[in-house]
Design a protein around this ligand. Structure first.
Ligand SMILES: CC(C)(COP(=O)(O)OP(=O)(O)OC[C@H]1O[C@@H](n2cnc3c(N)ncnc32)[C@H](O)[C@@H]1OP(=O)(O)O)[C@@H](O)C(=O)NCCC(=O)NCCS
Length: 242
């Protein structure tokens, strides 16, 4: 049996039909410019017909997707897999993807800014954002990311010149939230973390959104996040494709 990817057609950029001996058995949606910036190709969605699963179509489609993304100058692949999706988790693991980070989500309510929390002024903001960008890019390099892809991901997360400034307790700690997403959080202890998460929830609820999300790559804030009502929603997987 020959499994191939065929472009789904005009106006459906990045969408491919998975074909087995010329007949459609599913589809895959790709982009070379996802949430982690240039250089990381994303599997946005993959699906194989229920009656045709466990015959290797998903696996071959993913490998073909990597080839397409290499042709689009990507050096890494990434996929966002809903928590508990065993089939897709098994598929990406079988292909050598490793866990990168998780997206956690919490419901929010407006309760006022916690005492002691204030918005950064422009100088504080610029210095903190530059340091945070440097720290995040360095952590990616330490995890094996090539320089260009690490910079692209750090800038994609932290270049938001029009977003409102981060909130701080004035001691170097900060939370930066925009459009219901916590872009960065730095806090020295659980008490500060709890206050800043409450601030992020308040700001998000005031903006009319029901939930706030955060992407975390380790367990540093795990207990504080759980205490603030955050639950894992998605796991991000990735691998280099040099
Ligand atoms: C995920 C999906 C695309 C896999 O397609 P597939 O053609 O069945 O995958 P393959 O046959 O190539 O499987 C390759 C490997 O992935 C893993 N795998 C696939 N399905 C699995 C399952 N249900 N449980 C555990 N591992 C699984 C196995 O390691 C498998 O190798 P094996 O069959 O030799 O054990 C398919 O199950 C699907 O369409 N799921 C529903 C849609 C979905 O949830 N999409 C993801 C949202 S992003």
């Amino acid at each position: 049996m020959t499994t191939t990817l065929r472009p789904a057609g005009p106006g459906r950029d990045g969408v491919y039909t998975i074909c087995a001996n010329g007949r459609s058995v599913g589809g895959v949606h790709l982009t070379p410019l996802g949430p982690w910036g240039a250089g990381t190709g994303w599997i946005l969605h993959i699906q194989v017909l229920p009656s045709r699963r466990r015959r290797g179509h998903g696996c071959v489609a993913m490998l073909a997707a990597e080839e397409i993304m290499r042709g689009r100058r990507c050096t890494r692949m990434a996929a966002a897999v809903p928590e508990g999706n065993r089939a897709t988790t098994g598929l990406v693991q079988a292909l050598g993807y490793t866990s990168d980070s998780r997206r956690l989500v919490a419901p929010v309510r407006a309760g006022g800014l916690p005492h002691g929390v204030r918005m950064m002024d422009t100088d504080e903001r610029d210095a903190w954002c530059a340091a945070e960008l440097h720290r995040f890019a360095a952590s990616l390099r330490a995890a094996g990311w090539a320089e260009a892809a690490a910079q692209a991901r750090a800038h994609a997360r932290l270049d938001h010149p029009t977003a409102p400034a981060p909130y701080t307790l004035g001691d170097g700690s900060a939370v930066w939230v925009a459009h219901g997403v916590i872009l960065a959080l730095t806090a020295p202890n659980p008490e500060a973390t709890a206050l800043l998460l409450r601030a992020a929830g308040h700001v998000t609820a005031t903006g009319g959104l029901p939930e706030v999300a955060i992407e975390v790559s380790d367990d540093t804030y795990a207990k504080s996040l759980a205490a603030a009502g955050f639950a894992p929603r998605t796991r991000y997987w990735g691998k280099p494709i040099l």
